[in-house]
Design a protein around this ligand. Structure first.
Ligand SMILES: Nc1nc2c(ncn2[C@@H]2O[C@H](COP(=O)(O)OP(=O)(O)OP(=O)(O)O)[C@@H](O)[C@H]2O)c(=O)[nH]1
Length: 357
């Protein structure tokens, strides 16, 4: 392959990290910088009710929502197709020239199939080059996430750069403990401390082509496994069915929809009670709310037991399903029945969930 300076292929940044780590927050800061002005963004979300693309402050039509679902087949072929389409649209000048592609994965994603696709798919590898697997690590939650879930280890081990988010919320001793943990899993990746998503574009560019050497031996092994999987898929086809709302036997997603505008204080009581009683089984909540007395949609975000200060969007999205201005909350949980969550809202807000998408 040509050295980076003479390489005319479009650089691709893979932005990964566990649920709620702060990927979208950093992405918004990056996209506001002139160096990232001509970036196309591909977003892959878990669950059937997507919301992330409304939280990215990018209005161009080079923001692509990848199919939700299993990264091993649906998303891989969707990724290949989306990158191919972006390239062709840019070639036909339907889009301005693309200087970089940023792929934001779901927090539950395994980065190996994505890296493998970028490196090995013939059409893609001719036109795009990996320039950085960048993993966002939530400095306030990573130890419990590593204890309970297999995904963050792989996301950290495969990284070229590690971005420690929420450093404004962690004490110096917590930060040094997190830093030592990351060093054990991936000693070669530089660690960058980030507060409120404020990250210079230079921190994630010029990573160079992806190279498993210098990373833990597992990384080469994971990529080799992808090759075997690919060969099997080509030989036998790949027909297993995926439920887009289920990650594994325990982790799954559901969305609640409320047709009537909500009282903020009752809603806050319902969420607080839920986080207190079932926070250990809640991985992520995010949603857009129609709140009585507020014309703008409120963005609500929780990670495990933490409810973050709400934000507002300038306006309600024009696209379905959010254009009906109903409140929607998307939950990603571990072994928490939907009925328990519905009951909390019925009790505190006096509202029942409506059977809408
Ligand atoms: N105080 C503080 N809050 C942060 C920081 N980074 C992210 N947050 C908050 O954490 C919550 C989750 O951040 P997101 O950027 O949506 O996380 P994400 O990784 O994109 O989430 P998923 O796509 O669901 O995996 C939001 O409420 C953010 O405002 C930070 O550095 N400091």
């Amino acid at each position: 392959m040509p050295p980076e300076n003479h390489d005319r292929r479009i650089p691709v940044t893979l932005l990964t990290g566990f649920l709620g780590a702060g990927k979208t927050t950093m992405l918004n800061h990056l996209l506001n910088q002139p160096e990232m002005a001509r970036s196309a963004v591909l977003i892959n979300e878990f669950g059937s009710v997507a919301i992330d693309h409304h939280l990215v402050t990018k209005i161009d039509d080079d923001l692509v929502l990848l199919d939700s679902g299993c990264i091993c087949c649906t998303v891989r072929s969707d990724l290949t197709r989306s990158l191919g389409e972006l390239f062709m649209r840019s070639l036909r000048r339907e889009l301005p020239p693309i200087a970089r592609v940023i792929i934001e994965t779901t927090g539950l994603a395994d980065p190996a199939p994505v890296i493998f696709t970028l490196m090995e798919d013939f059409f893609i590898a001719e036109r795009f080059r990996t320039d950085g697997v960048v993993t966002v690590v939530d400095a306030t939650h990573i130890h419990s996430q590593l204890a309970l879930h297999p995904e963050p280890v792989k996301q950290i081990a495969m990284a070229d750069r590690l971005l420690l988010s929420k450093c404004d919320l962690a004490s110096p001793s917590e930060l040094s403990a997190v830093s030592a943990t990351l060093c054990r899993i991936n000693p070669s990746a530089p660690q960058i401390y980030v507060r409120r998503g404020e990250l210079a574009a230079a921190s994630i560019s010029h990573c160079g082509l992806y190279d498993p050497d210098g990373k833990s031996a597992d990384v080469a092994g994971w990529l080799a496994e992808e090759k075997v999987r690919e060969q099997r898929r080509l030989a036998h086809g790949h027909h297993h069915h995926h439920d887009v709302d289920r990650h594994d036997a325990n982790v799954f997603s559901f969305a609640l929809t409320f047709a009537e505008p909500l009282h903020w204080s009752f809603f806050a009581d319902a969420i607080s009670s839920l986080l207190e009683t079932a926070g250990d089984r809640i991985l992520r909540i995010k949603g857009l709310l129609n709140v009585i007395g507020d014309h703008k949609p409120r963005v609500v975000q929780c990670v495990q037991r933490v409810l973050y200060p709400y934000a507002r969007l300038d306006d309600w999205p024009q696209q379905a399903p959010y254009n009906d201005r109903c409140s929607r909350l998307v939950f990603i949980v571990r072994d928490l029945p939907q009925a328990v969550v519905e009951e909390a809202f019925a009790m505190f807000c006096g509202v029942r969930e409506n059977a809408r998408p």
